[in-house]
Design a protein around this ligand. Structure first.
Ligand code: SF4
Length: 275
């Protein structure tokens, strides 16, 4: 009997961003798992950011967090300034019937892909649903770039597709805890027009990915961005891509074998899930 199991490729907003920015970079990063040497300063920032997220999750679950705050001045500062800036988020009204969950996880199948989202906090009542996201870097100046980021587009899209909420009743708010002065937020209200646009863009991008993956199995590389593109100037794969104007250097440790076996085996590196 034929198996009816379909293998879905799991994709996050970060992978969609990379795919849209440069398909070849997506290939190197996710199919071949190539990476640049780690930057200790960047790693430190990431660790601190992860700790803040963890702390917010513990707090939401009603677990004690004081012992963590006592030993970390930075976390203490972020937490207290956030509590001042957004008390309604951290201290909901007693007897509030609103649904709240941190690290709220959802998936949505589109074509042969399983799109996954994790909301830092989801607050929902019988009228509206708010997605909240914590960022431990200063508020960016360009709001339209953030609106176009796949995190904003995918997070709102998946909620509209997997819940009873109309797009108009969904919003997404980013909180930047490290902004000058107090933490600052940027809120995006979703609507039906954006929902249609995202559906179209998503389907186009995923169709392209399917096509590129099929070609990749025949040893064809994913497309690069156009020559002279600024994206190459700061890319760790500039040497590999022969876009040498870059000062960035990719790791020599991660040599890619381009024989068919290696490329095919690397395709399996994308996380898969059976349905
Ligand atoms: S160097 Fe340019 S073409 Fe190559 S992966 Fe980076 S951005 Fe893409």
């Amino acid at each position: 009997m034929l198996s009816t199991t379909t293998q879905l490729l799991r994709l996050s907003q970060g992978q969609l961003n990379l795919l849209e920015a440069c398909p070849r970079k997506f290939q190197h990063t996710y199919l071949e798992k190539l990476s640049s040497p780690s930057d200790p300063e960047h790693e430190e920032r990431q660790t601190l950011g992860s700790r803040f997220h963890l702390l917010m999750q513990q707090r939401e679950m009603g677990l004690p967090i004081d012992s963590f705050l006592q030993v970390d001045v930075q976390l203490q500062r972020w937490m207290s300034s956030f509590a001042n800036a957004a008390p309604e988020i951290l201290t909901p009204a007693i007897n509030d019937q609103t649904f709240r969950e941190s690290e709220h996880y959802r998936t949505l199948q589109v074509q042969d892909y399983l799109l996954t989202v994790v909301y830092d906090l989801l607050i929902a009542d019988n009228q509206q649903a708010q997605i909240l996201d914590w960022k431990t870097y200063p508020k960016p100046l360009n709001k339209s770039k953030l609106a176009h980021n796949w995190q904003t587009r995918l997070y709102t899209y998946v909620l509209a597709e997997t819940s009873e909420y109309l797009p108009e009743n969904i919003s997404m708010t980013y909180w930047f805890v490290q902004s000058e002065g107090n933490p600052q937020s940027i809120k995006f209200n979703y609507n039906a027009v954006q929902h249609e646009q995202t559906a179209r863009k998503l389907n186009q991008l995923l169709s392209k990915l399917t096509n590129w993956l099929q070609r990749y199995q025949n040893n064809e590389q994913f497309p690069q961005v156009v020559e002279g593109s600024k994206a190459c100037n700061y890319c760790q794969f500039a040497t590999r891509c022969e876009r040498e104007q870059s000062t960035a250097q990719e790791s020599d440790d991660n040599q890619l074998s381009v024989n068919g076996t290696t490329l095919l085996s690397n395709l399996a590196n994308i996380q898969e899930v059976s349905i």
